[in-house]
Design a protein around this ligand. Structure first.
Ligand SMILES: [Zn+2]
Length: 91
């Protein structure tokens, strides 16, 4: 996952898409991500840390104001995966 993330960030930079850095709450690594250039709305997503693979809720703050990882408890991750599998398995 780390190499794929590095390739993703390099592709953003090669296309002059703004990137922000933040410290991952799960492992303390410095992570780069696409900057949110929206003036008012934050971006929220469920994802994995590219450094330690811990599942997190990532909030990328509007106005290119960095990002934040909220680490997710493993039992909650299992619940989300079960719900996802039930909904999308037969599509
Ligand atoms: Zn991490």
């Amino acid at each position: 996952m780390k190499d794929a993330h590095i390739e993703h960030i390099l592709a953003l930079k090669a296309n002059n898409i703004p990137v922000v850095k933040f410290i991952a709450a799960c492992c303390g690594a410095t992570i780069e991500t696409r900057a949110n250039t929206d003036k008012t709305k934050n971006w929220d997503e469920f994802c994995q840390c590219p450094n330690c693979n811990h599942y997190v809720i990532k909030v990328t703050f509007s106005q290119q104001d960095g990002a934040y990882y909220e680490p997710i408890q493993p039992r909650f991750v299992e619940s989300v995966k079960r719900g996802y599998d039930n909904r999308y398995r037969n599509r």
